[in-house]
Design a protein around this ligand. Structure first.
Ligand code: NAD
Length: 348
C-alpha cells in the first residue's frame, strides 16, 4: 500500500478498513513513498524499489501522487510512470459502471445502460517524454513531443482487450461481445495506420467477437450523447487518459472511478483514477468509494472473488442510501463513509 499524497492519505485507510472487514486474507505492507519522503530526503523511489515491488508483492494499492510543495511533480512522475514502465504494466483497465441513476449527469440514463470498460495502453504514446525544445525562450522556439507506438506494444494491448472481452462478463451476467478500437488515424496516419493494421490482424483470431472503430472525437461525443452500447474500448495512452475522465464523469465523478495497471503474470498496481486533489486534502471530504472499489478490483485479481463482491455490494448500497460524501449527494465525511461501508460489509 502506498497512500502517497493529498487525499490518497485519507482514502487508502478507508480501503484498508473495508478490505479487513471483508475478511480479505492479505498481508499488508505500507510504503511511505510520496512528497513527504521526497521533501525529507530527496528520494522519490528507494534503490531497487521497483525490483522489490515486483519480487516481494502480489499486488500494489496506490492512493495518489501530486503535491504543491513539489512543483515539478518529479516524485509523482518517477513513482507512477516508473511503476507503469519499469514494471511493464502495459494494460490500464478502467471499468465504467453507473451505480445509481442519480450519479449520472446525463438525462434518462439507467444504471443498466452503463457497464463498459476502457483498456488504455499504459507504457507508450506521448507519455514517454521523448522529444525536446529548440531555441527555448526565443520567438523561434520549437517544441517536439514524440508519439511512440511499437508493433509489440500495440499488438499486446489489442490482444489484451480481446482476451478481456472473451473472458469477462457484465455485472448482469451477460457476456461481453464487442471490442471498439478508438484512434485518430485520419489525422495521425503513421501511428493510426499501425493501430488499424494490428486491430484487423488480432481481431481475425477472435471471430466470435464483434469489432468496431471510432475516431476519438466522435467517441467523446457519443459517450455524452448516449453511453449505451459501449462494451470494451481499447485505445492509446493519451486518448485513454482523456476518455476515462469523461467516463468517470458519467459514473459520478472522479471520486467513483477505479483502475488497475496490469501485466498478466506480473505484480499489478491498482489505483483510484483521481489525483491528490490538494484543495480538498486533509478536510475529511474526499470520496473514498473509488479507492474502495479499487481495492475490490485488486481482490478480484487476487482471486478473492467473494470478498470483492461483498465490497461492491456494500458500495452499491451506500450510494443507494446516500451514505456517501457530499460530491455525490451524501452528507458523510471520508472516514464515516468508509466506516459505513465496512460495517455493511461485516454484515454481508
Ligand atoms: N494517478 C495519480 O496519482 C494522479 C492522477 C491525476 C492527477 N494527479 C495529480 O494530482 C494533483 C491534482 O490534480 P487534478 O486537480 O488535475 O486532479 P484531481 O483528480 O486531484 O482533482 C480533480 C477534481 O476532482 C475532485 N476530486 C478528485 N478526487 C476526488 C474525490 N475522491 N472526492 C471528491 N472530489 C474529488 C477534486 O477536488 C478536483 O476538483 C496534481 O498534482 C496531479 O498531477 C495524480
Amino acid at each position: 500500500m502506498i497512500a502517497g499524497d493529498g487525499i490518497g492519505k485519507e482514502v487508502i485507510p478507508q480501503a484498508i478498513k473495508v478490505m479487513q472487514a471483508a475478511g480479505a486474507r492479505v498481508d499488508l505492507t505500507l510504503l511511505d513513498w510520496g512528497a513527504d519522503r521526497y521533501l525529507a530526503d530527496k528520494v522519490t523511489v528507494p534503490a531497487d524499489g521497483f525490483g522489490r515491488l515486483a519480487r516481494d508483492f502480489d499486488a500494489i494499492l496506490v492512493g495518489a501522487f501530486g503535491d504543491p510543495r513539489v512543483p515539478s511533480n518529479i516524485h509523482a512522475r518517477e513513482i507512477l510512470l516508473g511503476m507503469r514502465c519499469q514494471m511493464d504494466l502495459y494494460a490500464n483497465v478502467r471499468p465504467v459502471r453507473l451505480l445509481h441513476a442519480s450519479l449520472c449527469p446525463l438525462k434518462n440514463v439507467d444504471p443498466n445502460d452503463v457497464d463498459f470498460v476502457v483498456i488504455r495502453e499504459n507504457t507508450e504514446g506521448v507519455y514517454g517524454d521523448l522529444g525536446g525544445v529548440f531555441k527555448k525562450g526565443t520567438e523561434d522556439e520549437v517544441a517536439i513531443q514524440e508519439d511512440v507506438n511499437t508493433r509489440k506494444g500495440v499488438e499486446r494491448i489489442l490482444r489484451y482487450a480481446f482476451e478481456y472481452c472473451a473472458g469477462t462478463r457484465k455485472l448482469d451476467g451477460s457476456p461481453r461481445r464487442r471490442v471498439l478500437m478508438c484512434d485518430k488515424s485520419n489525422a495521425m496516419t503513421h501511428a493510426g495506420g499501425l493501430w488499424q493494421r494490428m486491430f484487423k490482424a488480432v481481431a481475425a483470431e477472435y471471430p466470435q467477437i464483434e469489432t468496431q472503430h471510432m475516431y476519438v472525437d466522435a467517441l467523446c461525443m457519443q459517450m455524452v450523447r448516449d453511453p449505451r452500447g459501449f462494451d470494451v474500448i481499447v485505445t492509446n495512452n493519451m486518448f485513454g487518459d482523456i476518455i476515462t475522465d469523461l467516463a468517470a464523469g458519467i459514473q459520478g465523478g472522479l471520486g467513483m472511478a477505479a483502475s488497475g495497471n496490469l501485466h498478466p503474470g506480473k505484480t499489478s498496481m491498482f489505483e483510484p483514477v483521481h489525483g491528490s486533489a490538494p484543495p480538498i486534502a486533509g478536510k475529511n471530504i474526499a470520496n473514498p468509494l473509488g479507492a474502495i472499489l479499487t481495492s475490490a478490483m485488486m481482490l478480484g485479481q487476487l482471486e478473492m472473488i467473494g470478498e470483492a463482491r461483498k465490497i461492491e455490494t456494500a458500495v452499491l448500497e451506500a450510494v443507494g442510501q446516500k451514505k456517501t460524501t457530499v460530491d455525490i449527494g451524501g452528507s458523510l465525511g471520508t472516514s464515516e463513509t468508509g466506516e459505513w461501508v465496512a460495517n455493511r460489509v461485516l454484515r454481508l
